[in-house]
Design a protein around this ligand. Structure first.
Ligand code: PRT
Ligand code: ZN
Length: 283
């Protein structure tokens, strides 16, 4: 049995639960329960505040955890990270009042900066040779400049609308973050094997999310051009159609390239293009 800690309720919760489910692991969860056991994998899930997860995994109270890199690094345990998970992407940025002049981080010398991330920010400023007064506050950091509590802030940004709404301007990215899987560093051999199985499944899910299955019909004369656009995993599957001079081509295409490539496929004569989601992708 292996024990995984995830955020009880917050921005990481839903994506963490979805990832576990997409790994084919079933469990019953209720908002009141603080732990649950999977029914088809030796996994126990603990529901905790995200800030507590790195410490619990470091101490072995939980074997594994899912947490943002910002929280992990701030807690001082970056070495626990075993796998990036690709969701909850955000950045930790410095921001100043909209009309404040700012040319470089050197302008923050001797200034007051409000943040919930004194460790990450302190290390960044030290690296830049800047000395500032850091005021650690646990929430509502964005209002600090407008109430005269600080000259600048350093906080998590994703769309940027919170900064905008508080009359602030993002001036410098200090740290980039996404959700990661973390693991205790003294797992038993049995738990290491379970971790390996979980990582294998998580990688298959992530690969599948990034790719689409594509089917199309093309004239034989266009086949070389189509193959060049769709290299697939090894090479595309090509089968003849009942109609003379035509083939059906099946392949895998990266989500990011998808629109660009379908346009080019049409341009070389492809027709009847179908695109399907992939559930799992094992390399
Ligand atoms: O209760 P608990 O302690 O478990 O949760 P929490 O309130 O501390 O964390 P939560 O749920 O807000 O965030 C969990 C994790 O999600 C963070 O540690 C980040 O790794 C990640 N994440 C991703 C974010 C954001 N995006 C985000 N936008 N965390 C916070 N924000 C906040 C930010 O603090 C700011 O107030 O959203 C606001 C900015 O958003 P934009 O879109 O307006 O820029
Ligand atoms: Zn938190």
């Amino acid at each position: 049995m292996i024990r995984l800690a995830i955020q009880k309720s917050g921005r990481l919760s839903e994506d963490s639960l979805n990832l576990i489910r997409e790994c084919g692991i079933s469990f019953v969860s209720s908002t009141y329960k603080l732990k649950t056991e999977a029914t088809n994998f030796p996994l126990e899930i603990l529901f905790l505040r995200d800030d507590d997860i790195p410490g619990y995994v470091q101490d072995g109270v939980a074997d594994l955890g899912i947490v943002g890199q910002n929280v992990l690094v701030e807690a001082g345990f970056p070495a626990l990270e075993v796998e990036t998970l690709g969701f909850s992407k955000c950045r930790l940025s410095l921001a100043v009042l909209r009309n404040e002049t700012y040319n470089s981080v050197a302008d923050l010398q001797g200034k007051n900066i409000a943040t919930s991330y004194p460790e990450i920010l302190g290390r960044y400023l030290a690296g830049e040779g800047v000395q500032a007064h850091l005021h650690t506050i646990s929430g509502s950091v964005e209002i600090a400049p407008s109430i005269g509590l600080a000259d600048a802030i350093c906080d998590i940004v994703s769309s940027g609308s919170t900064l905008l709404g508080n009359g602030l301007r993002e001036v410098q990215t200090v740290f980039r973050s996404e959700a990661v899987l973390i693991a205790n560093q003294q797992l038993s051999a049995e738990k290491q094997e379970l971790l390996a199985q979980l990582q294998f499944r998580m990688q298959a899910v992530r690969r599948a999310r990034r790719n689409k299955y594509i089917l199309l019909n093309a004239p034989v004369a266009s086949l070389d051009a189509v193959k060049a656009l769709l290299p697939g995993i090894k090479s595309p599957t090509v089968t003849p159609l009942a109609e003379e001079g035509w083939v059906s081509v099946q392949s895998v295409v990266n989500e990011d390239d998808f629109w660009h490539i379908t346009g080019q496929l049409k341009a070389v004569g492809a027709e009847g293009i179908l695109v399907l989601p992939i559930e799992k992708m094992i390399s």
